[in-house]
Design a protein around this ligand. Structure first.
Ligand code: GDP
Length: 608
């Protein structure tokens, strides 16, 4: 039996690769999928394309037909039995197609609108693809929108392009060059698929139209070429089951079911399975392995067909007891006769535990909540790179208990009393409670939007602190009085700024030696409430600028002529606290010379 298994594990016996479609909203992901699925009426039924749960399966025969127009001499040989395309385009399914942190998606199509170029979610998709090291091609979609494009339905791209007017060809070149440069800026070398001599170094770009079907034959051929040439080891059959939960759904009559992608191995009705649950792991038996019924079978009551066993790659719905707390993105393992179920339970829970191990050891950080294990993992990776500390993580909708937990930060580190919620619902009571206690809830379905919201939150806090600490910050200066206009309440003196900058609200002091005791005495005059030159208010007077009239106000002012004399040098009254404030909030506003002056003033004021 072992030899049989080994023989089966060869390059001539590959399983079907799994393909995901990613890209910015409205680039045409859904339309492209529809177009690929569509059977070609003239050529009759395109051979056994099957609708699975959450995926569409294209057997080899269908692929051969769909690529015929760009494989006229049949020189391109298909080594894979077919292609499994995940039906829900976007991040969610991609991030959930995961196993031990790597991706079960063998190849991805990144759709870019040729009229728009790279857009925010395009960048996010590229980040995910890079993180998971998933090979991808770019579909440069909507070529039919180039002005004056003459279509030939479902044609190969090169042929269609060659038939266009020069002006159209030029517009294509310009737009493609623009996207090429944008990809370059993101660190990706790219090349049009028919010019690409090195698929491991250059991302292949296929121009497509989901409306006319042009370029789609090229795209399909390229996906197969790339997978069977470069990823055969990933596509070899394993006896071991490799399976991931894409969605958890309640279905009438079946209870809670899980939609899974079986990427390797075989599943049987009755198999004992384990998967990650929230908070407890789940062990149960497969009650039914379901695939959609075809139209003609819909007469029978159920929409589903029951299967005794299914073989990878396949999208299926599993009905079983105890699936209520299943987490999308979880791995699914089969308990074999020699396996210890507890070990396997530990293993599946290990995925969540692994994410938990990534939270901040100091206990200071934001709270993160996501809909699935996959998106949580992607979000945590992003926050790690962005250096935003995370204190707690959770999966599923936000309830009051989650807000309560995030609220712990209000005491510890109020700036982190923030919940970053990715693609999850926030319960009304939870939101109300958050408003009441002052926990901020940020929601988004694009990861970096959460980053933007958090960053602007931090900036606002910083601005507020800066504002609050303005009175504490003292910029250094030394003043030489040249005239006393008013001796007290308020003091008004004409001064020259001999060092530093004189600013509004600066506290001013004189330092005198007591003639009797010889002890240094600091005489506080108050704060600067007005700076005037030629009867005009100014905010700052810098060293060396013409004299200014300064009004100084404060309680218990000294009297010029008694406590003070015109010749007494005046200083900005700095303190330990004022220096710390400058360092914390105004570091970039203080010049090198001003720091030197601070050192000098520290001595004058005997600050340690
Ligand atoms: P998704 O959000 O990426 O799934 O985008 P959709 O497939 O929903 O397409 C968004 C819009 O773009 C729809 O109005 C489509 O009809 C249109 N669209 C998609 N592909 C093409 C294309 O190749 N050419 C043109 N002209 N429009 C397209």
């Amino acid at each position: 039996q072992h030899e049989e298994a080994l023989a089966a594990r060869s390059k001539d016996n590959l399983r079907s690769p799994i393909c995901c479609i990613l890209g910015h909203v409205d680039t045409g992901k859904t339309k492209l999928l529809d177009k690929i699925r569509q059977t070609n009426v003239q050529e009759g039924e395109a051979g056994g394309i099957t609708q699975q749960i959450g995926a569409t399966y294209f057997p080899k025969e269908a692929l051969v037909k769909k690529t015929a127009v760009v494989n006229k001499d049949d020189s391109f040989i298909f080594n894979v039995p077919g292609l499994l395309v995940i039906d829900t385009p976007g991040h969610e399914s991609f991030t959930n197609l995961r196993s031990r942190g790597s991706s079960l998606c063998n190849i991805a199509i990144l759709v870019i609108d040729i009229m728009h170029g790279l857009e925010p979610q395009t960048l996010e998709s590229m980040r995910l693809l890079r993180e998971r090291r998933t090979p991808f091609i770019v579909a440069l979609n909507k070529i039919d929108r180039l002005l004056d494009w003459k279509k030939i339905d479902n044609n190969g791209f090169e042929d269609s392009l060659s038939l266009q007017k020069d002006r159209v060809k030029r517009e294509f070149e310009d737009r493609w060059n623009f996207v090429h440069t944008q990809l370059q800026e993101q660190g990706f070398n790219s090349e049009l698929f028919y010019k690409n001599k090195n698929m491991s170094r250059y991302v292949s770009v296929v121009p497509t139209s989901a409306h006319t079907g042009e370029g789609i034959p090229d795209m399909l051929k390229l996906i197969i070429k790339l997978t069977q040439e470069r990823m055969t080891t990933n596509l070899m059959y394993l006896s071991e089951v490799e399976c991931t939960v894409l969605e958890v759904k309640v279905i009438e009559g079946l209870g809670t079911t899980i939609d899974v992608v079986l990427s390797n191995g075989v599943l049987h009705e009755g198999d004992r399975i384990v998967l990650c649950g929230n908070p407890e792991p789940i062990a149960t038996n497969i009650r039914a392995l379901l695939t959609p019924a075809e139209m003609k079978e819909l007469r029978v009551k159920s929409q589903y067909v029951h299967n005794k066993e299914v073989k990878a790659a396949m999208g299926i719905k599993i009905a079983a007891d105890g699936l209520d707390s299943a987490i999308a993105g979880s791995r699914l393992l089969v308990v074999g006769p020699d396996d210890d179920e507890d070990d396997l339970l530990d293993e599946v829970m290990g995925d969540l535990a692994h994410l938990l191990s990534k939270v901040s050891k100091t206990g200071r950080g934001v709270s993160v909540q996501a809909s699935t294990l996959g998106s949580l993992e992607a979000l945590l990776e992003f926050l790690r790179v962005s250096k935003i500390p995370v204190a707690t993580i959770s999966i599923g909708p936000v309830y009051k208990k989650d807000v309560l937990r995030a609220g712990i930060m209000l005491e510890k580190a109020p700036e982190y009393a923030v919940m970053l919620c990715f693609d999850v619902k926030v319960d009304k009571d939870a939101q109300a409670y958050a408003n009441e206690i002052g926990v901020k809830i940020f929601e988004a379905d694009i990861i970096y939007h959460l980053f933007d919201k958090f960053t602007s939150h931090m900036k606002q806090l910083e601005e507020k602190k800066k504002e609050d600490s303005k009175m504490l910050a003292v910029f250094p200066c030394i003043l030489n009085p040249v005239a006393v206009f008013n001796k007290k309440d308020p003091i008004v003196v004409g001064v020259d700024v001999v060092e530093g900058n004189l600013k509004m609200t600066t506290p001013i002091a004189a330092i005198k030696k007591n003639p009797v005791t010889g002890v240094k005495e600091i005489i506080d005059l108050g704060r600067v409430t007005s700076i005037e030159r030629d009867h005009k208010q100014i905010q700052v007077c810098k060293k060396g600028q013409p004299s200014v009239a300064v009004k100084i106000e404060g309680p218990n002012q000294p009297l010029y002529g008694r406590h003070l004399e015109e010749k007494d040098t005046l200083y900005s009254h700095i303190s330990r606290e004022s220096i710390d404030t400058l360092k914390k909030y105004f570091r970039t506003d203080v010049s090198q010379d001003e720091w030197k002056l601070i050192v000098h003033l520290k001595k004058e004021f005997d600050i340690l």
